[in-house]
Design a protein around this ligand. Structure first.
Ligand SMILES: O=C[C@H](O)COP(=O)(O)O
Length: 258
């Protein structure tokens, strides 16, 4: 297990309307205690339409839960119908934003170049990007998963100054393990996460790479989180489906008890 503070983030994807978001966040807040927040940073990534409600709840009740968005526009303002900008997310005091999630890459044809622009847009507005990377099944079967993922890391971090790179969060999510119930073996996940840290060391320095948090994502549940978190280069989880069940997500946050 690493010495970096773990980040457990629930990516709700396109689930929960704003009323459900309030109820869900309240349930998490009720279950989690100071002891949990001392050991783990907890974040939720609701849909855009829920963010104001979650912000109101978190600020009103002074909750320690962090929140963020699932995507960000590369542009600050302008004629970009349907997009949500960094200044808008900053105004909602988002701490995090997922960038380059495989579902954005797959369904919205996001390239490494666009993902890099979004990473920079997040930092420009004081929001920490969670840069998502990972290979499709055919890439893994061809044995190219490490080089594929490292190219995404390099593309996503291109021209990023060291003071920003050291605070970025990387989420390694093998696409074939997302929402499928197929978990990447903890050792296999560790292999790629260690390679990601090595790539960051090559791009910046070992000291900087040692500070970066790398999450694993892909069918994380209470039943497998302890083994995943036992790996030296895994510093948290980006949780999809299981984060929609408050009791399950709390168990994931309490991975040391599982
Ligand atoms: O962002 C989260 C990941 O895509 C993982 O989703 P999952 O936990 O439903 O497999």
């Amino acid at each position: 297990m690493s010495t970096r503070t773990p980040l457990m983030a629930g990516n709700w994807k396109m689930n929960l309307n704003h009323l459900e978001a309030i109820a869900h966040t309240q349930k998490l807040a009720f279950a989690l205690s100071d002891k949990d927040y001392e050991a783990v940073e907890v974040a939720v990534l609701p849909p855009f339409t829920d963010l104001r409600s979650v912000q109101t709840l978190v600020e009103g009740d002074k909750l320690a839960i962090k929140y963020g968005a699932q995507d960000i526009s590369a542009h600050d303002t302008g004629a970009y119908t349907g997009e949500i900008s960094g200044p808008m997310l900053a105004k909602l005091k988002c701490a995090y934003v997922a960038v380059g999630h495989s579902e954005r890459r797959q369904y919205h044809a996001e390239t490494d170049e666009l993902v890099n622009a979004k990473v920079k847009a997040a930092f420009k507005h004081g929001i920490t990007p969670i840069l998502c990377v990972g290979e499709e099944l055919e890439v893994r079967e061809a044995g190219n998963h490490v080089s594929h993922t490292l190219a995404q890391v390099e593309g996503g971090l291109k021209d990023l100054p060291a003071e920003q790179a050291e605070t970025v969060v990387i989420a390694y999510e093998p696409v074939w393990a997302i929402g499928t119930g197929k978990v990447c073996g903890a050792g296999d996940a560790q292999e790629v996460c260690a390679a990601i840290r090595g790539k960051i060391a090559e791009l910046y320095s070992q000291e900087l790479a040692d500070a970066v948090r790398i999450q694993y994502g892909g069918s994380v549940k209470a039943g497998n989180v302890a083994e995943i978190m036992a790996q030296a280069d895994i510093d948290g989880a980006l949780v999809g489906g299981a984060s929609l069940d408050a009791d399950e997500f709390v168990k994931i946050v309490r991975f040391r008890d599982q």
